[in-house]
Design a protein around this ligand. Structure first.
Ligand SMILES: Nc1nc2c(ncn2[C@@H]2O[C@H](COP(=O)(O)OP(=O)(O)OP(=O)(O)O)[C@@H](O)[C@H]2O)c(=O)[nH]1
Ligand SMILES: [Zn+2]
Length: 225
């Protein structure tokens, strides 16, 4: 059954519905809690984890950690779970009549792997072809950052960025490539520091091989300034 309020359901993007794509029941009140309630609850949970690991939370350096981690989760690294933080990417008329693709490349991605809660760090490259509207350049970076600031898998992040830009720009002609390192692969488990993960989503005209190639060639350009 499709959960109407599915936060990570890629079909629900554009709605500010909240929920989960897993079969795990939601904590019923999770999205009605105030920020400060969430911080207090997470703080107690982090304290519990650290104490279970045998750490002394009376230690000067550790005593503030539960509060720091809770604030960091709610306000920063998982801030993209708050629909109020969704960027307001207002569009304006393409008065320049610019008809080629626009590429915003090397957008920094800081995200968190939802399997291990370890960082995902990399670059996103986003492109669109205007159907009449254009969007401020920085809004593309902001949209990437908003969806990145959630527990994520890279595939879903890539699709969410494309869907959101398609909705904002009212065109299917949007593409995104992400190249990122997953610290769960690089620093633990298989500990392969060299490997990175590339994902892509090509909508509309970007499904055409030539258009796709042009986008990929722009990504390879070295920016000189
Ligand atoms: N498809 C996909 N997999 C991911 C992503 N981030 C992490 N993973 C993988 O999710 C998998 C979780 O597998 P598990 O076998 O449950 O985890 P694990 O026992 O810690 O596995 P190892 O990392 O191999 O030690 C791992 O293979 C991760 O590399 C992602 O963004 N997309
Ligand atoms: Zn992981």
């Amino acid at each position: 059954m499709k959960i109407e309020s599915d936060f990570n359901d890629i079909d629900a993007i554009g709605d500010d519905h909240i929920g989960t794509s897993s079969d795990t029941p939601l904590r019923a009140d999770a999205f009605e809690l105030s920020k400060s309630d969430k911080i207090e609850l997470i703080k107690a949970d982090v304290k519990h984890i650290l104490e279970t690991l045998g750490l002394d939370l009376n230690d000067d350096s550790l005593k503030g950690t539960p509060n720091r981690v809770a604030k960091m989760f709610v306000n920063e690294v998982f801030g993209g779970l708050d629909p109020d933080k969704k960027p307001n990417a207002s569009t304006f008329d393409n008065k320049y009549k610019y008809g080629e693709m626009l590429v915003e490349k090397n957008i920094t991605v800081y995200s968190t792997c939802e399997h291990h809660l370890l960082p995902i760090v990399g670059r996103a490259h986003v492109a669109y072809i205007s159907s009449g509207n254009v969007v401020g350049l920085s809004k593309m970076n902001r949209i990437v950052d908003y969806f990145a600031k959630r527990p994520q898998v890279q595939e879903r992040l890539t699709i969410q960025i494309v869907k959101e830009l398609q909705s904002v720009l009212n065109t299917e002609d949007v593409a995104c490539v992400i190249d990122a390192k997953h610290l769960c692969v690089n620093s633990r488990g298989i500990r392969d520091i060299e490997s990175s993960t590339v994902t892509s989503e090509f909508g509309g005209k970007f499904k055409n091989l030539e258009t796709r190639r042009e986008f990929l060639d722009y990504i390879k350009l070295e920016t000189q300034f």
